[in-house]
Every structure is written in C-alpha cells, then in structure tokens.
Design a protein around this ligand. Structure first.
Ligand code: SF4
Length: 585
C-alpha cells in the first residue's frame, strides 16, 4: 500500500530573507517577476540555498510566521553581502518592491506586507541584544585632526587653554575635580574641571567630518542637527553636509525654500549617506531609511549612553513596567527614546517634577474623571492604546540624558512615595511598584560630571558666570540654571563671544524652559558691570555645554580680555606657565 501524499498546504515552508548593509532584500528574478529567494521545507534546506548564492551570512534569526494561501511560512532574517553567485538573485530596495506590486509573486507580496514591525531591526541583525551600535573611541584612537582641517575649523575646535586645563586638572574622566583658576591679573577665569564636548558628541563630530572627507563624490546628509551648536553645524554645512529635517522634525525641501514641494527625503537613494546624530533616531525615521535602501548602521552615530537608556527601557518593559521618560517630548533624543521604548512597553513622557506631580495625582486617584484627565494632560506624550487603569500599576523611570540629574532623582523619589502611600509598601520578594530600585544608571555621566564640576566651581566666590552653548541645547540650560540659582542676574546663557557686547552689557538667551513663556527663545540685553571692570580683580566663571567646542570658550576669554587695558593682563603663555607650576606644586 502506498503512503498518502501529504497535502501540499499542510507543509510548512522556511523562508530566509537576506538583507545587505543597505537593507535591500535578495529576491529571485524570473523574467519580469520577483519571488522569494531562499525557501525550504526545513531550515537546513533554506540555508543551503542561501549559501549557494552568498557564502557568508549572519546567523538566521526567526522573526515571524505568516499564512499565505493556506501554507505556513516561518520567516528568518540574515545579513549577507557581495554579489550573488546565483545570477537569478538580486538585491532590491523594499521601496522599489513596494512600488511595483505587479511584479511580486503572491508569497513575496504577502511576506513584504508583514515586514513592517521588524524593519527597524534589519540594519542591526549582526549585533547581539547587548551590543552597542558603536563604542566610544578611546582617546588614543581619536582622529581629532579630521575635524579641524583648516584654520577656521581649528579656531572653532581647538584651544590651548582648554587642552591645558584638561591635561592638568582632570584626573578622572568621570569624576569632577577642583576648578582651575586662570589668573590673567585684572581678571580671573574660573573654569570647572569638566566642561564642553562629551565623548558622544566628540565621536559624532569626528564621524561626520570623516564621512565627508572619505566620500567626496557622495551626497552626505545628517538626519537633523548633529549637535545643538550653530557654529559646528554651520561649519559642517560649509563642507557639504546637508540636513534632511530640522531639529523639530520638519523635513527640508530640495531647494530649502517653502516653494518647492519636493522633499529631500524623497530624493534619497541607496548611494546616499545619512548620518544619524548622537541623539539617535525614531523608529519611524529609521524605517523610511531602511525602505529606501540607505545604509543605516554604517553611519549611525547614536551615543552609546543614549542607547544605554533604550536598553534599560527595554529591560523595564520586559519586566512588566510602564516606562516613565523624564524628558522634553519635543527633543530629538526623547523622541527617539520614546519611539524605541514603545516597542517593548507602554510609555509616558514627563517634562519635570511638576508634571510628575500631575501624573502622581492620577495614579493615586480612584475618581474616574481624574484618571480620565490623563489623556488630555499627556496628549502626544503617551504610547498608543495607553490604558490608564492597566498601565500605571508599575512604573520605571529613564531620562533624557542631558537633564538635571537631581530632578530625575526627585521624580523617582516622588513616585516611590506616592505608590507607597496608595498601594502600601512593597512586600519583600515582590516586584517593586517603582522599578529600578534607586538606579540612576540611565543618567549620562558626561552630563553629570559637567554639572558636578560646575557645582564645585560655584563654591568659589565668583562675580559672574557665562554658560556657553547652542540656543536649543538642553544640557547648557541645565548648567545655566545652576549658575542662576547662585548668581541671579550675573549668570548669562550665551552662544558665543559675539553676545558679549561690552563689559557693561551682554546679550543673554532666554531658554524656552516653559513652553508657555512668550518671552522665551530670544536674546535680551542684561547688565554685566555698568560701572566698568573695577579695581579689584573680577572672578568670572566660564563653562560650556556638552556641545560647546573648546575654541569658543577661548574666544569668550579673548573677548572679555579685549575690554580690559592690555598692560594689566598677563599673556596666555604666562597664564599657562603659572597654571602648570601651580598644578605641579
Ligand atoms: S551628553 Fe551624554 S548621552 Fe548625550 S551625547 Fe554626550 S555622552 Fe552621549
């Protein structure tokens, strides 16, 4: 008796989708049609077909199942490179396939339609879950020359004074030391041991300049501003870099005027380079790049400390927590963190302690109207389908890396107190209501150390403080806040030396800390010393945010010195010599 023939529809098929580093997928071209490239009744068969086309590939990872015409397909992803040994196999962008549905075999069409939730993983298939997209280059591997290719860039990025301070006063990269007193005679500049560029920013800038230098024939874009510093961004633009969208996510048109309807985004091809800045990118933006066949991973400069926040949020999500993101919902980094987190957990963004109090009042209320107010109060700041009755049972806090460290701690403490009051103290062995048990390890040490070093410097009896940074730089504003608490009107937020008009008056930037503040987002004139510099030496504190190049700090010093009689000032070389001697003694 012959055995019954299996029903073809009951046979499971394994399908391997192979992607190259441009996120293009391998398809089998048969005439004008495109179909699945690598299938088999088991994984071994599918892999042997894959290897008949591409010798090297990453380990196959199963992603999803799909039924097509009654047959179950198990879909695996791999990354493979090079030219196929099989002439029927070609890499195509997902966008091209999507735009030509008539050429797709039904099984390929159905599988492509189910790809959307997994697209964002494609550029990183070769990485393990705990790997970072890239790691900071240690100092000895730095390529500092590449971002100061000429005198103009040199003046922006390099400073004799700042290099000396870092060499002499920074004993540890992650711990604040005593500030440095640059004694020019008539004026002393008190410089915190840590200021300016963090490692994430240094890496991102270096990679941007390297990419421009190595690809003179290609179009090089940045998703949005590399960092929040207009001088750095202007210098990069001068060297040929272009931005795809503003820091608010508004896409730029081809001719950068509102008259053209064609967006730069629409012109992207796999030959173009798009750099992802240190803030990271939203899943939505990455997904568009993946579809267009742009090599996302190769030019992803997401700071590893931002990625650390994403990883913490993923862990919290898997542990069943709703993630509270302490951040500004309009900031690129918070948008990217929110977008990344929503893959793993419900999430809500709180701007500050005040908003956390509003959230706490909702968490601790049984009144349905108050609970319902969540949706209006946090509109645009919570994940879709957020259920206020289900998703506020347990929360864990992560933060935008550049905010005030102490505020994040206060937010965690407040939530702990409110949960304990409402639900009772956590029982031993139970999962805590507020996750992370005091962990503040999603805070960026660079932000923290700049704040700590400034706090130490403020202990000196200074007469005024200048905090330098881009007008949309959140971490610069946090530094300014610390100065303003102590020095009130004698604290200034400036972008560069050009804001110091004289020793009498300075253009001070009003940071939009409060969105309702109509006076914000502009410079106002504030008095420095209308009576002149005076006869007693003045002590001026100067620091820069994480996106402030060293050159600007030195130019601010030059500028202030230019208002003082030269004969009453020491030269920079003399100041450096004194500094070296004092640090050695
Ligand atoms: S401030 Fe911190 S998180 Fe942000 S880029 Fe710098 S090192 Fe990275």
């Amino acid at each position: 008796m012959s055995s019954p023939t299996p029903d073809i529809k009951s046979v499971e098929l394994i399908c391997i989708l192979a992607f190259n580093s441009n996120n293009q997928v391998a398809v089998r071209k048969l005439g004008s049609k495109a179909g699945l490239a690598f299938t088999g009744t088991d994984l071994e068969m599918a892999i042997s077909r894959l290897e008949s086309a591409y010798t090297s590939h990453t380990q196959a990872k199963e992603k999803f199942n799909l039924e097509v015409a009654g047959r179950n397909y198990r879909i695996y992803f791999v990354q493979s490179e090079g030219k196929s040994k099989d002439s029927e196999i070609e890499f195509w962008t997902l966008e091209t396939l999507e735009n030509n549905p008539e050429m797709l075999a039904p099984s390929l069409a159905a599988i492509l339609a189910g790809l959307e939730p997994y697209l964002v993983e494609i550029p990183y298939l070769h990485l393990g879950e705990n790997d970072f997209i890239y790691k900071f280059r240690p100092e000895k591997e730095r390529n500092a020359q590449v971002y100061a290719p000429d005198a103009e860039a040199g003046a922006l990025y390099q400073s004799k004074l700042c290099s000396a301070i870092k060499t002499l006063a920074r004993r540890h990269e992650r711990t604040a030391d005593a500030p440095v007193d640059l004694d020019f005679g008539k004026v002393h500049y008190i410089i915190p041991s840590h200021f300016g560029f963090c490692l994430g920013v240094k890496n991102a800038i270096e990679r941007a300049y390297e990419t421009l230098a190595e690809n003179p024939k290609k179009r090089v874009f940045m998703l949005s501003e590399l960092i929040h510093n207009p001088f750095v961004n202007a210098d990069l633009l001068k060297r040929g870099l272009r931005y795809l969208q503003s820091d608010k996510g508004i896409p730029y048109t081809v001719d950068e005027t509102p008259t053209s309807s064609r967006l730069l985004w629409d012109t992207l091809t796999p030959d173009d380079i798009v750099i992802i800045p240190a803030f990271g990118a939203t899943d939505e933006d990455k997904l568009r790049l993946v579809k267009k066949g742009v090599a996302v991973f190769n030019h992803d400069a997401t700071c590893m400390l931002v990625e650390k926040v994403w990883k913490a949020a993923r862990v919290y999500g898997r542990e069943g927590y709703t993630v509270v993101i302490h951040g500004k919902h309009e900031h690129e980094e918070t948008k990217a963190t929110f977008s990344n987190t929503k893959r793993y957990a419900p999430a809500v963004i709180v701007r500050n302690l005040e908003e956390t109090k509003l959230l706490s009042a909702i968490i601790t209320s049984k009144d349905p109207a108050i609970r319902q107010s969540f949706y209006a109060l946090f509109e645009g700041k919570h994940t879709p389908n957020f259920d206020v009755n289900r998703d506020l049972e347990r929360v864990a806090v992560v933060n935008q890396t550049t905010l005030l460290v102490n505020e994040t701690r206060e937010i965690i403490a407040l939530l702990r107190e409110k949960y304990a009051t409402y639900f009772g103290a956590d029982k031993a062995g139970d999962k805590p209501r507020v996750g992370g048990s005091g962990r503040t390890d999603t805070l960026c040490y660079a932000t923290q150390v700049n704040q700590d070093a400034l706090t130490k410097a403020l202990e000196e009896n200074v007469d005024a403080a200048f905090v330098i940074g881009g007008r949309n730089s959140s971490n610069t504003y946090q530094l300014y806040r610390l100065c303003a608490e102590k020095l009130k009107d004698k604290a200034f937020f400036i972008q560069s030396e050009s804001n110091i008009q004289s020793i009498e008056s300075v253009e001070h930037f009003i940071f939009p800390a409060n969105q309702a503040d109509i006076t914000a987002n502009r410079f106002i004139k504030k008095l420095l010393w209308p009576e002149g510099i005076g006869s007693t030496p003045r002590k001026i504190l100067i620091t820069g945010g994480a996106s402030c190049p060293d050159g600007i700090i030195q130019q601010v010093i030059h500028r202030i010195n230019s208002f003082i009689e030269p004969h009453s000032l020491k030269t920079i070389d003399q100041v450096l010599l004194d500094l070296e001697t004092s640090q050695k003694s």
